[in-house]
Design a protein around this ligand. Structure first.
Ligand SMILES: Cc1ncc(COP(=O)(O)O)c(C=O)c1O
Length: 408
């Protein structure tokens, strides 16, 4: 099969409607939607019987290994609306120096260097399909970069708002990929409010996490891919760095869809939502037994991607974590930085700080008996570690002086 077969072959699509994730209220497919009337995320629903008849795991295995091979389970109707920068399947790398049976799904290999590519490629393709000309979005960095790249590709204007202290590389890559980018003196939810206002004042389409229905559909491919890579038997536990939680919600949705298709059984991984101690609204709500999380004031952590004081999909994250028998866990910045350092030094895998948070949480979980060493555990490294500042540990060598080889 040609390398670009998933991007160029017309395949049947099966979206039947959209549904409010809180009330179940039904919405028409093929129309532009934001949140539901209840102010909650909309979920895309498919004719899964139809998908089952059209696609088998065996057929899937013959297709090129990218995100678009799940086309029958994705919302884009017209092949010409597919946008792509090469959304390759990401590898699962074992951490051989860690105790236990632990793999990293390395999402840093995706276009723009993070798993945000999965959500944004789908949101932008659908924006194109539904006639959007300008998108606006708040970001902690990586999502904005992915939005800018795909919007450029699709010929859509992008206006991005990020907290003033967003990592410099992210702010620069957003602009380099053709978007207008503004640093805002606030956190991501403050940026989100500006985006909300832009809808009324400028008519820009709001592409915020979970405020449009399709980023979840892109992110759910992490769950589809994981099942396929594990031979259609899911791992025992998943550790996911949780900001807005789109990926966790998306994977949980993918598991249900795959079970309905008969591709997997009823067994689910325990889902561990990992946050930083300096911004842990989901952990606090989980521990208090609440279904919704209140805003975390004075949020701070070096893991910028998970500095999300309030998530619109809080109840979807908490429902999935609880239903799975998992937990919400917080780790300190010191522990996540050490985890990044250890994985790079000992296993040669340079993770991002948010990925490091999942390793730190895994270590705590192992020590605390939440997981045992025989279980198969997957951590999500959501971005390449190369995007983040690294300390300079090099030493100077003067080639004009005699070299003291014993000292090298
Ligand atoms: C590197 C990184 N990790 C994790 C996250 C959080 O992802 P989610 O919003 O799916 O919880 C982000 C979001 O900005 C990120 O950039």
């Amino acid at each position: 099969m040609r390398h670009d077969a998933n991007l160029t072959t017309d395949r049947p699509t099966f979206v039947t409607h959209l549904e409010c994730s809180m009330t179940g209220e039904r919405y028409e497919a093929d129309q532009l939607h934001g949140l539901s009337r209840a102010g909650r995320p909309l979920l895309v629903r498919y004719d899964l019987e139809g998908v089952k008849a059209a696609l088998t795991p065996e057929a899937l295995a013959q297709r090129p290994a990218d995100l678009w091979r799940y086309r029958e389970l994705l919302p884009v109707r017209q092949t010409t609306n597919i946008v792509s920068l090469g959304e390759t399947a990401t590898p699962i790398v074992p951490l051989e120096k860690e105790t236990g049976n632990v793999w990293v799904k390395d999402e840093g290999r995706l276009p723009t260097g993070s798993f945000k590519a999965r959500g944004l490629v789908m949101a932008v393709a659908m924006a194109k399909e539904l006639g959007v000309t300008t998108i606006a979005m708040p970001t902690n960095g990586n999502a904005g970069a992915a939005a800018a790249a795909y919007a450029a590709r699709a010929g859509i204007e992008a206006v991005i708002f990020c907290p003033a202290d967003t990592p410099d590389i992210n702010v620069r890559e957003i602009a380099a990929q053709g978007a207008r980018v503004y640093r805002v003196n606030g956190l991501i939810d403050d940026c989100g409010k500006i985006v909300g206002q832009s809808k009324d004042t400028r008519g820009w389409f709001d592409l915020s996490t979970l405020k449009e229905p399709y980023r979840i559909e892109g992110k759910k491919t992490m769950g589809l891919e994981l099942a396929e890579q594990f031979g259609w038997e899911l791992p025992d536990a998943i550790f996911y760095p949780t900001g807005g939680g789109t990926g966790l919600i998306g994977m949980w949705k993918a598991f249900d869809e795959m079970e309905a298709l008969g591709w997997i059984g009823a067994k689910r991984p325990r889902m561990y939502a990992v946050q930083a101690e300096g911004c842990a609204p989901i952990v606090r709500a989980f521990e208090a037994g609440e279904r919704h999380a209140t805003r975390w004031e004075d949020a701070h952590t070096v893991a910028a991607g998970i500095r999300v004081p309030q998530a619109v999909g809080d109840f979807l994250i908490l429902d999935a974590v609880r239903a799975s028998g998992g937990k919400a866990l917080a780790v300190s910045d010191a522990a996540l930085v050490k985890a990044v350092d250890d994985a790079a030094r000992k296993d040669g895998l340079l993770m991002c700080p948010e990925g490091g948070a999942t390793l730190a949480a895994y270590r705590d979980a192992l020590a605390g008996g939440l997981v045992d060493a025989e279980e198969r555990v997957v951590l999500f490294n959501c971005a390449t570690g190369l995007k983040y500042p690294l300390s300079d540990q090099s030493k100077y060598l003067d080639r004009h002086q005699p070299i003291d080889w014993g000292e090298l």
